[in-house]
Every structure is written in C-alpha cells, then in structure tokens.
Design a protein around this ligand. Structure first.
Ligand SMILES: [Cu+2]
Length: 174
C-alpha cells in the first residue's frame, strides 16, 4: 500500500529532436500571429474611423428625427425610409427597431452616425462582416463607402430585451 517515490529518471528523454522541432514551430507561429495584429491594424484597411462624440440619448433621438423628416421618401412597415445625399447620415437603435431605413448610393462616401436612444444594441450588417455597437451617450461615426448594390440587413446582436430577436433594420444601396 505504501506509495513509493518514482525512479529518479521516471520520464524518458525524447530520443530524436521532434519535441524541439514542434516547440520551435509553435513558437514561430506565436510570434507570427502576434506580429500580424499590429501589422493588420495599420495596413488592413478595415479599421473603424475612431471618431466619436458624446451625445445624450434624447439629443441623438432628436437629431435622427430631424434628419429623417428632412430626407424621408417613404415608409416600410411603419419605419421611415430616407434618401440622404452623401455626407452625414444617422441611424438609431432603440427597443426594438433600427431607424430610419437608409437609401445609399454605391461609390459615394457617407459618415454614418451610430448610436442608441435607450440601451446598448449590436449593429451587425448582413450579409457582410460588419459589426459595431450602438451605445447610448456615444455618437460613433463610421466613414463608409458602399461598393455593392443591394439590400443589407441590420441585425441587433446584443441582447436588449423581449423583442431583441425582432430588431432588424435595412440599408438599401443602389
Ligand atoms: Cu437587441
């Protein structure tokens, strides 16, 4: 029953250099993926503009309403559709809708202001891989240039309450 101590050399040293080879491969890979992060940050051309401003949810709501009233061209299922010229455009997330629906032109540059009028929402544009957050108190400006015509859907990907699964919006590019 006694527990005896293991033999002095209880493990066997690898006979060939394979262990060193695999550790070297893992090390080189670690260095590579660490280096690619700063590299891609500067050269990947996919970073957000890092431009944001403080704005109260009430004020942002008023800005979006004014913008919507000025450029409204129609309505879809009760949500206003706007057709603004290139420049500053606004979208707001609120329980449980993205509004307004934006009509944009391919090849033109827009400054998309993104915020929320109540709580944090996730701003995901499908089918592209574009993913941001709409945060109350923060007007986040994304400089965008649509390069493909079509209908793009906005899905809220941050749980925001009972109607979260119905929270969709739309961007129409022509
Ligand atoms: Cu949500």
């Amino acid at each position: 029953m006694a527990i005896t101590s293991p033999e002095r050399l209880w493990w066997k040293q690898p006979v060939c250099g394979q262990e060193k080879l695999w550790i070297s491969i893992a090390l080189v890979w670690c260095i590579f993926i660490t280096a690619i992060m700063p590299y891609w940050h500067f050269f990947g051309k996919q970073n957000p503009s890092q431009e944001y401003y403080r704005v109260s949810p009430v004020k942002y709501g008023a800005i979006v309403d004014k913008f919507t009233a000025k450029h409204k061209v129609g309505e879809e299922a009760g949500i206003p559709v706007v057709d603004p010229p290139p420049g500053d455009i606004f979208i707001a997330g609120s329980q449980f809708v993205w509004h307004p629906i934006l009509k944009l032109k391919s090849g033109r540059t827009y400054r998309l202001h993104l915020s929320s009028t109540d709580m944090v929402h996730g701003f995901s544009v499908y089918p592209m891989n574009m993913n941001f957050m709409a945060v109350p108190d923060m007007d986040y400006v994304l400089t965008i240039q649509p390069d493909k015509a079509g209908e793009f859907f906005i899905i809220c990907n941050e749980f925001c309450g009972g109607g979260h699964h119905t929270m969709t919006g739309k961007i129409i590019v022509s």
